[in-house]
Write a protein that binds this ligand. Structure first.
Ligand code: FAD
Ligand code: NAP
Length: 314
């Protein structure tokens, strides 16, 4: 059987694409998601900018009902990692990690992005042993203890605020003296008494013993070294585009991408390849928000419906 539409990735973009594609009349739609559906927002301790959702809500709680809503309209879900999407004539092939393939008339790629490593000594070795990229997952381990947060964007500041509620102290280490984050978040951080700003400072090395991290050595722009004794180091230094499924056997991309590897789309989420759409954080100029990823998914699904309809009925 050839699917009407294959959706790769089950974050806000993929789930919304699945909802709109099935509810909009496509019969055979499968979402391929390598983990639990929900996407990267499930790592967030608090989301306060999703319209209509008031009060304190975690990313996990926000996303919990989305898969069930899609399944009600017939979306199928395969829990599998997609290795590659290729096109043979006018049929797409979804190459899965177990070596099997699925064919589809249209594809919506929504694979989002992944946390980046900062690149200092000890980071990889101590990852999972005190070095983390997820405060919601690991913050509780440091209840009443001191931790360090690396980064100066929205994620670093929001997660520093979250950790400050659990931990006795948070050292927020940033390589510049200006943050990229939203102004009200910066204000909240500055007003939080147990957050110490360690600015114009970069990590040199995270170190530890058999039990895990015991501290981080940092250097400021005057060259002064400081040892911060903490058992937990949280790294929030941005994300890489998950565009691997679009890389072909010869190393080229299936569709156009920009220098950063983001997928080039038009306002209707159409890529340079007919029948292939991209939605969410992986596309050019993505605002990287749940609401915009969901909006992209809806737009892409509506386009996929038109594309499949025209292809099969003309
Ligand atoms: P993602 O959410 O990244 O989902 C992509 C999915 O694809 C993942 O589930 C992944 O497992 C899957 N996948 C990847 N590769 C493959 C593959 N090869 N095969 C199968 N599946 C694959 N936004 C807000 O609006 N408000 C906030 O308050 C907010 N806070 C945030 C806090 C944190 C800590 C983080 C990390 C992000 C936050 N964001 C927030 C941003 C928001 O989470 C993203 O913009 C949004 O999740 C993007 O959705 P997406 O569907 O494009 O991608
Ligand atoms: P980001 O905005 O790219 O910020 C990354 C931060 O890490 C920057 O401050 C950067 O410093 C620093 N950094 C990068 N590489 C480093 C290194 N090797 N060593 C030390 N520091 C390093 O990433 P993000 O905060 O994860 O946000 C990603 C996107 O999601 C953004 O568009 C953001 O707006 C969005 N987001 C939104 C919300 C929200 O709306 N509530 C929440 C979370 C994320 P420089 O500043 O010096 O470059």
């Amino acid at each position: 059987m050839v699917l009407d539409c294959a959706i790769i990735g089950g974050g806000p973009a993929g789930l919304t694409a699945g909802l709109y594609a099935t509810r909009g009349g496509l019969e055979n739609v499968t979402m391929f998601e390598k983990g639990m559906p929900g996407g990267q927002i499930t790592q967030s301790s608090e989301i306060e900018n999703y319209p209509g959702v008031t009060g304190e809500i975690s990313g996990m709680d926000l996303m919990m009902p989305w898969p069930e809503q899609c399944q009600k309209f017939g979306l199928k879900h395969e829990m599998v990692e997609v290795k590659r999407v290729s096109k043979d004539g006018d049929i797409f092939k979804i190459h899965k990690e177990d070596g099997s393939t699925t064919e589809a008339h249209s594809v919506i790629v929504c694979t989002g992005s992944s946390p980046r490593r900062a690149g200092f000594a000890g980071e990889d070795e101590l990852f999972g042993k005190g070095v983390s990229t997820c405060a919601t997952c690991d913050g509780f381990f440091y209840k009443g203890k001191e931790v360090a947060v690396i980064g100066g964007g929205d994620t670093a500041l929001e997660e520093a605020l979250y950790l400050a509620k659990i931990c006795s102290k948070v050292y927020l280490i940033h390589r510049r003296d200006a943050f990229r984050s939203a102004p009200n978040t910066i204000e909240r951080v500055k007003k939080t008494q147990n957050i110490e700003l360690v600015l114009n400072t970069t990590p040199e090395e995270v170190y530890g013993d058999n039990m895990g991290v015991t501290g981080i050595r940092v250097k400021n722009k005057e060259g002064e070294i400081r040892d911060i004794k903490v058992p937990g180091v949280f790294i929030f230094v941005g994300y890489d585009v998950n565009n691997q499924t679009l890389i072909q056997e010869d190393g080229s991309f299936l569709c156009d991408t920009n220098k950063q590897g983001e997928v080039v789309v038009d306002i209707s989420m159409r890529t340079s390849v007919k029948g292939l759409f991209a939605a969410g954080d992986m596309r050019i100029e993505a605002p990287k928000q749940v609401i915009s990823a969901a909006g992209d998914g809806a737009v892409a699904a509506l386009q996929a419906i038109s594309y499949v309809d025209e292809k099969l009925n003309s």
